[in-house]
Design a protein. Sequence first.
Lengths: 113, 871
Amino acid sequence: MRATEKSDLLPGTLEMLILVTLRRGPLHGYAIAQRIKQTSDDLLHVEEGSLYPALQRLLIQDWVSAVWGMSGRNRRVRIYTLTPSGRKQLNQEVKRVGRLIDGITRVMRPSEA
Amino acid sequence: MRRILRYFRAKRFASDLAAEMRAHIEEKVDELIVEGLRPEEARSQAMRNFGNRMQVAEVCREQWAFGSLDAIGQDLRYAIRVLRKTPVFTLMAALSVALGIGVNTILFSAVNHVLLRSLPYRQPDRLFAVWSRSVSHGSEPMHVSAADFYDWRAESRSFESLEAYASWPMNLTNVDEPRQLKTELVSGGFFSTLGVGAQIGRTFLQDEDREQSPLVVVISHHLWREMGEPAQIVGRPLTLNGSPAKVIGVMPAGFAFPSPEVDAWVPLSLSSQNRSNREGRWLAVIGRLRESNSRRDAATEMDVISHRLAAAYPVTNTGWSTSVSPLQDELVGKVRPILLTLQAGGLLLLLIACVNLANLLLARGASRAREIGVRAALGASRARIVRQLIVESAVLAALGGGMGIALALQGITLVRTFGDGLIPRADEIRLGGPVVGFAVAMTLLTALIFGLAPAIHASRVDVREKIVSGARGTPRSVERKRGLLVAIEVGLASVLLVGAGLLGESLAHLVTMAPGLRTDHVLTLRLTLPRSHYPTNTLQNAFFERILEGVRRLPGVRDAGEISDTPLEGNNPTFEFDLEGAIHGPTDAPIQAGLRAVSPGYLQAAGIPVLKGRDFTLDDRAGHLPVAIINQAMARRYWPISNPVGRRLRLKEDQRWLAVTGVVPDIKHMGLKADEGPVVYIPYAQKTQDWLAWTTLVVRTAGEPMDIVPAIRGAIRGLDKNQPIAEVDTLDRVLTRSTAMPRFTTAVIGAVSGFALLIAVLGVYGVLAYTVAQRVPELGIRLTLGASPFQVLWLLLRSTMLRVLAGITGGLLAAWWLARLLETLLFGVRPDDPATFAGVACILLLVSVAAMLVPARRAMKIDPMTALRAE
């Protein structure tokens, strides 16, 4: 499954995945994509065409901040950090998605409800 | 604010993002090499995976929103470049917008300044005109008698003030060249009620209209200018109708009440006898409503007062009531339907121009589909493409709008010159803020109307299909839309043409009306004798007779006569009569007839034949048997079977019995539109009304009438050096003037419809020509397979013809529904006149067929082989 087609992913999900990924510490763009791929056990591929616009949206909202730094391979990259307001937003998102998944689960298995 | 800051950060943003994406790819390449790919393979795979970097950057830019400012500038430059590549298209498009915007701006300047803007007086919405009316006079607003006016003023509570005025020309004689001034008699509070002060000096005091008060004059700005703008004007003595008067003030330039021609205002100082006269209805009345009262309050109150007056004075006031109407309606009410009709016509034209442009742009869009497809493939978003196309339309509209305003600037001067004397408040018309605002708003609206639909359509292209197929044919949807637009154009044009046709027919009816007299080679001029010099009928009539004798002796004069009211101009004072032998109950409506004093020879000079009996002679004078000539309307109504000659009728005012000596045909005394109704002519020499101290000299000449004016002026000067002549004109010109308004209306609507027809026909031509060009290969195949040229022709014409027919049908239905609104402007033709509708349908059909023939001929000349080879 590729998490790239806009229609495949619930709106706002990519942003949430980025925020979750950044919770463990600052990362640059490529690393964010890699991390999402790894933690989802290769289930989710973040396509670059969606990643950068999503990062820009988060910058506009002030949920992440970006500074130029060095990558592990000693390359000049932009490193994104979660801001306090981004953390707050993430908590809300997690709750919202939790409820959503809960709801979907119940609908999918009506016999157990 | 943040947006603007972001805009300045835009440059850094772009390089940041580019560097970041480059780094991303490098990281990936490194990783892929580690995974075992060769460097070049790794690079190409990384690039492929990343996709279109430009597009990503574009999406990111748009999210930051600073892109839009930047991009519009880019769109603008691109639009200008594209439009310059097709100068003919651009010029035609801009010109059609310019025409539409220009015409509408000119018309709106008139609508705005004449109809919408309030009158230039203090709190103009509180000002009302009050008229008398009576069922026996068709409930038309009528002048008010002095006694009624003073009673209204004494009893009304809802009006803060009520004031009267009346036109009363006076002779100004203490100058080198004696002249007649257009003076208005006005009651003392006239100016304070309007709330307008003098520019120099002052206006009247409340009690300056007393009979004993010394005569004071307020002059108009233009009279002051004609006098050479003397600084010391206040206190200057003027001799008016032989009496000494003193100038107390000059009104400001724009003041034009009741009309711009007024030279001076004089207090309405009536003798107590005149004040109590309830018979003569000659005053116009205005009132300022109290803040606390509404128009309805005033109308109700005036009704109560009228009832009381009718009960108290049954002889004069039975059946008389009042009407209260806003002063603005009073001044401009007559031109309202005309101006609104013209504006509606203008808007229709603009709409046609818009539809036509939309049509052209659709065709252009279809031929630009490839270009747009390529842009979409390169990553332009749909919104971006729509925006680009709208910017193009906006540039076109702005170009047209600018030219339109320039056109309006010229046109407004024209309207002011044309409208002078035709449209009230014409001098106020200008290209002010609201009018320019209107032009700009119309331009924007235009851009939206003609730009949006084609833009959305064009952006909906299937990118892949366009590029791969090379896209020769036009999608059917474009043709359908264009067909619909052509139908709309033809429909709108037919609405306008019906309007123009009806107005044109009305005008034709009007100008072919026989005026009832011979207007060629006739000079008319007006003489008003000052009562101070000619107080009695005897003196007045003697002077009138001597003038006639003098004028008849002049070389070049064929006939000369005098009449109390200039024919064709509209003044028709009516009086009450009794008929001998007629059984007339007290409750019957009184017999009303126009009364005109004429001299012997008038009928001859005006070319009015005597149908029965005889004309007046010099023997019909004071002391002899009082006589009268009646018109045919009077004869038919009251003596339908017997010969009226020899019968008698009595003028109620002086209780005299008059013997009918002759019958003359009806003439169009009040202008060509109206019949004059029953009329009684009496000889000047027998008149008993000493207030009737004026006459219109009617002179039939051998040569050019105006050439004889100096000789006549000299002859009159020789009799009385202080007697001026006024309103020198020819009867032909009076006649022309009486149809000036309908001619003006018809000319404007005619021009507008002409343009509309032209645009619609170009639309029909354009669509068919385009279709033919697009379908050459297909037609080639059909011809090869054995279709006859006529079958091909029919194939082509059928759909366009159907659209034209649909347009005409729809248009005529709309016109049938709308034409009722024109009814007040029509004369002698019904709004659903079948001939007009049929004529319009024929014209449109013929012209459309003619427009279709050109491309059709091209289609028939297609050589099948050439067409196929091109494929």
